[in-house]
Design a protein around this ligand. Structure first.
Ligand code: ARG
Length: 563
């Protein structure tokens, strides 16, 4: 039983409005004396051209009291006070019954959602920004999937473009085979940087690079073979990282995948009269939209990043007939995506509106500067390692006899970084602060994980789950507030989908953990006043850790049983 949907269903009898819209209007008031749920009547007032307080009164009149202690029309609001004992029983039993499926939904059934995330450039370091898209995308992927959408995770690898011609040229001149085997990305970066340095005094190099890219595009055997090796070696490196982060993809169709699919799109743009010549290049003019032109072909005839993105969008539409096509990419590319989406719109495809650029801010460091490109590589590996090492130190201090310490430190330490990335609205910059993010207190991953482990430790001391529990024994404020939090999981998920913000789920988990710790500190669960109270409380603990586990799973964290 879902209270919001019960309320929305009933209101639906009063006004013919979309049930989901109504459900989304329902609020959880900040204070309990204002009710447990509230329905603001403003929107209905607009529809019905009636004063909102009159609507609130009329609604109240016809509302059956079943399941509620009282329903109150308060100005433009209809306030609902749940019947606490029914509410608590319903919520806890529902969670325990559904287990890992609590919060799962099928609203997305039959709808294909593409989430494109991570998308690093091969032969280049995977930098801190790529970590950001990776964790946001991974979470959105899981959230959509949990709501029944058919979700497709795509890693749009940056594996095509003139830079690969340069890389082939550089490798033939200065490549060190042994170094390539040992540390492929470092070696590829070294020769790429060298190429640019040398090219400053020797412009012929640029020409050579273009020539090799042309060969690559024409399918020349040697060029393709080298390119494929660079790609494989890079992917191997990236895979290690994905494994560490527990992130997967359904497709690695990156830029190269579209190398033979661009001409068709270019032709169509041309046929529709949108392709104009500008300084030798072929572009789509977007001045009407206050944007610089979208370049489709460079003066030398080569296609570019935007051309590949156009081809990719069409391929995705034709292959997956998507409901949403989501790009998790940094804010700095916002103009690029606006240009691409507007071009699609100009071509006459209304699905351009289903393409979403999910942007995010920058990562800054309190103590270190992230400047050299080389620094970035080391830093990311270092970063994850450091999180694990530091967490291990804390565990050694707090719980030296813990088994599987390394494994726990890995889950908690890396989880702490992911959690910190997903804690606030993604548009906000992140200021990286070790002390804060690894702390076992405050709004952190370790704090939530610790709360879970604390619940588990209680459960290890009691027997099997009992039936026949008298939930009316849960009569304190802390218990009711905790149950109310647990009930809100579905709303948090829906909000995350609506706003494409995993932080909605993260914030929710934090609130659950806080409510649990309040309850834990106020009541001695194992030494409760009597057996009946104790049994009811233990099931509340069970329900809480289930919700924390399901929530953490959605943002890409794995729980630990003990820490
Ligand atoms: N490879 C690009 C980069 O590292 C990101 C790709 C974003 N996705 C896209 N469809 N353009 O900056």
């Amino acid at each position: 039983m879902n209270y919001k949907s019960i309320i929305a269903n009933k209101i639906c009898e009063y006004i013919d409005m979309d049930i989901n819209t109504l459900e989304n209007l329902i609020e959880v008031p900040p204070r309990s004396d204002m009710g447990d749920f509230a329905f603001p009547c403003f929107q209905l007032a607009k529809e019905l051209k009636k004063a909102p307080n009159i609507i609130a009164m009329e609604l109240k009149e016809n509302f059956p009291l079943e399941g509620f202690e009282k329903i109150q029309a308060f100005g433009p609001y209809l306030n609902f006070f749940v019947d606490k004992s029914i509410f608590i029983k319903e919520v806890i039993e529902n969670i325990l019954h559904q287990g890992d499926n609590y919060g799962r939904n099928n609203v997305g059934e039959g709808k294909n959602v593409i989430v494109e995330y991570s998308s690093p450039n091969i032969a280049k370091p995977f930098h801190i920004g790529h970590l950001f898209t990776t964790v946001i995308g991974n979470s959105l992927y899981k959230i959509f999937k949990f709501q029944g959408y058919n979700t497709i995770g795509i890693n749009h690898l940056g594996d095509w473009g003139t830079q690969f011609g340069k890389l082939i040229s550089a490798y033939k001149r200065w490549g060190d085979e042994e170094a390539l085997q040992k540390e492929p990305i470092t070696e590829l970066l070294r020769i790429y940087v060298k190429f640019h340095d040398e090219a400053e005094n020797n412009p012929e190099l640029e020409e050579e690079g273009r020539k090799y890219f042309k060969q690559l595009e024409d399918g020349d055997e040697e060029a393709v073979e080298l390119w494929a090796r660079f790609r494989d070696l890079s992917l191997k490196e990236f895979s290690k990282l994905y494994k560490t982060l527990n992130v997967t993809f359904d497709s690695y169709a990156g830029e190269s995948f579209y190398s033979d699919k661009m001409q068709e799109v270019v032709d169509e743009i041309d046929k529709k009269g949108l392709l104009v010549e500008s300084n030798g290049a072929k572009v789509v003019m977007l001045e009407e939209y206050n944007m610089p032109p979208c370049i489709i072909k460079k003066a030398d005839g080569a296609t570019i990043y935007a051309t590949r993105d156009l081809a990719a969008a069409f391929y995705r539409k034709n292959t997956y007939d998507f409901y949403k096509n989501i790009y998790v990419v940094g804010k700095d590319q916002s103009l690029h995506f606006k240009q691409v989406f507007t071009t699609i719109d100009l071509m006459g495809y209304e699905w351009a509106k289903d393409c979403h650029h999910v942007e995010f801010g920058l990562v800054r460091f309190l103590d270190k500067k992230l400047s050299t490109r080389k620094g970035d590589v080391i830093l990311l590996d270092e970063l994850l390692n450091e999180a694990v090492v530091k967490t291990l130190e804390t565990i050694n201090e707090k719980n030296p006899t813990l088994k599987n310490k390394e494994e726990v430190a890995k889950k908690v330490g890396i989880g702490a970084i992911i959690f910190a990335y997903l804690k606030n609205s993604r548009e906000k910059d992140i200021v990286f602060d070790w002390k804060e993010m690894l702390s076992f207190e405050g709004e952190t991953g370790p704090y939530v994980q610790y709360t879970y482990a604390r619940g588990k430790s209680i459960l290890r001391k009691v027997g099997q789950r009992g039936d026949d529990i008298d939930y009316s024994k849960l009569s304190s404020k802390e218990e009711f507030e905790l149950v109310k939090e647990l009930e809100g999981f579905q709303s948090a998920i829906s909000a995350a989908i609506d706003k494409l913000q995993p932080s909605m789920v993260t914030r929710y988990i934090i609130e659950v953990a806080k409510a649990f710790n309040k309850f834990y500190n106020a009541h001695n669960i194992l030494n409760s006043e009597n057996e009946e109270i104790k049994n009811a409380r233990i099931n509340l603990v069970r329900a809480t850790i289930q919700v924390i586990k399901n929530g953490l799973e959605l943002i890409g964290l794995q729980v630990v049983e003990e820490m």
